[in-house]
Write a protein that binds this ligand. Structure first.
Ligand SMILES: *[C@@H]1O[C@H](CO)[C@@H](O)[C@H](O)[C@H]1NC(C)=O
Ligand SMILES: *[C@@H]1O[C@H](CO)[C@@H](O)[C@H](O)[C@H]1NC(C)=O
Ligand SMILES: *[C@@H]1O[C@H](CO)[C@@H](O)[C@H](O)[C@H]1NC(C)=O
Length: 352
């Protein structure tokens, strides 16, 4: 009996690699919570930035408030997976410790996550490969180092399967946009070999199903779609643009390739904590998460936030943001990111 069970488990594990565990629920829903820019450091001794006097007076504030806020969002939303879009931690005296600390809210609630690296994560005692290794120690981690030889660490894909587990319905990509660099913006960029990998992997997984990309530093098109200080220059802008787009140092065509693929409906990033908009540009929604961490800079009086993505088995993606306690945990900017019905209506309108 035990042997049979072991055999069954072994077969199940072999037939379903870890990522087959991402599945729509029986009611046809799948939810992703994005946490951007925690800047987790020393815990209780890493204080909060840009607080309103009333917020500071409410009690001692540190990384632990970020942990608490993440827990509140997880309890309210009960997501199927969490996307950590980089700057999860910032250089600290012991990055093994900080890398283990930010994930506690997910571990306490048994929620899997997949993470990316930002420009700050490796400023401490671990390099990029080391950070990925520590992340992957947890059985709940869906983070992967990605193919060897590719620029960066943590370029990988997962698929979300139908509730019956038979069909992949979404391709999710995590990519490494690097750290600082000698470039006009001072930031690194997603390199040509990563773009080629993305194209090939998306084709291998199937371009007949929608894809969503996650990484840390914005591509130039975030600024084209909505220039800072100007008007929305794309089909639709939802949310706020409160600071300039600190974009990747070079544009080697990731957006163009993603746009040509036709199935990429949404890009999600972090990096600019005071931007939380989505701009619909050339058929793709370019979205920011909005800053989640209290030890990261913010805009005084602007509540910390987290983006939520709701997927449906027919390909529909909806999204909104969930604010912290100072925003009364409100749900704001609810919008349909993409749906097959809207797409065919738009096509119909264009062809007339
Ligand atoms: C941080 O958490 C402490 C303890 O729960 C609380 O007293 C304080 O008001 C919180 N600060 C913020 C900014 O949420
Ligand atoms: C860093 O923290 C880890 C985990 O708490 C611990 O095992 C390790 O000894 C620490 N390293 C240093 C240099 O303090
Ligand atoms: C939160 O609720 C309080 C009390 O109802 C209200 O005064 C405040 O304006 C609300 N804040 C936000 C950001 O909605």
């Amino acid at each position: 009996m035990i042997r049979q069970l072991t055999y069954f488990l072994a077969c199940a594990l072999l037939a379903n690699p870890v990522f087959a565990s991402l599945r729509f629920r029986p009611d046809g829903s799948f939810k992703i919570v994005q946490f951007a820019d925690l800047h987790y450091a020393e815990g209780e001794t890493s204080g909060c930035k840009n607080m309103l006097p009333a917020w500071a007076a409410a009690g001692p504030c540190s990384d632990l408030n970020t942990t608490q806020f993440m827990g509140e969002v997880l309890d309210l939303e009960k997501p199927d997976v969490v996307a950590m879009t980089g700057d999860n931690c910032i250089g600290s005296s012991n990055n093994t410790k900080s890398q283990r600390a930010w994930r506690v809210p997910m571990e306490e609630r048994n929620v899997p996550w997949f993470s990316m690296l930002g420009n700050h994560d490796a400023q401490g005692t671990l390099d990029r490969a080391g950070l990925i290794r520590v992340d992957m120690e947890s059985p709940l981690s869906l983070t992967q180092p990605g193919p060897k030889g590719l620029y960066g660490e943590g370029n990988y894909a997962h698929q979300v399967f139908s509730s019956d587990g038979t069909k992949p319905l979404f391709n999710l990509f995590a990519m490494d946009s690097g750290a600082g660099a000698d470039s006009p913006s001072g930031y690194d960029w997603i390199h040509p070999d990563q773009v080629a990998w993305f194209k090939q992997e998306n084709e291998r997984l199937g371009t007949s199903i929608p894809a969503i990309l996650f990484f840390h530093i914005p591509v130039e098109e975030y600024d084209t779609a909505w220039p800072f200080g100007g008007a929305c220059a794309s089909d639709e802008c939802v949310g706020v643009h409160k600071e300039g787009v600190s974009m990747q140092g070079k544009n080697v065509g990731l957006f163009e390739i993603a746009s040509q693929a036709g199935n990429v409906k949404m890009i999600n990033i972090g990096h600019d904590h005071d931007n939380d908009y989505c701009a619909l540009y050339k058929g793709m929604q370019l979205c920011y998460g909005g800053g989640t961490g209290y030890h990261a800079y913010g805009s005084v009086g602007w509540p910390r936030r987290s983006r939520v993505l709701e997927l449906k088995e027919d390909g529909t993606i909806s999204s909104f943001k969930r604010l912290d306690r100072f925003g009364n945990y409100s749900k704001i900017d609810e919008e349909v990111i993409w749906s097959p019905t809207l797409a065919s209506a738009a096509q119909h309108a264009t062809s007339k």
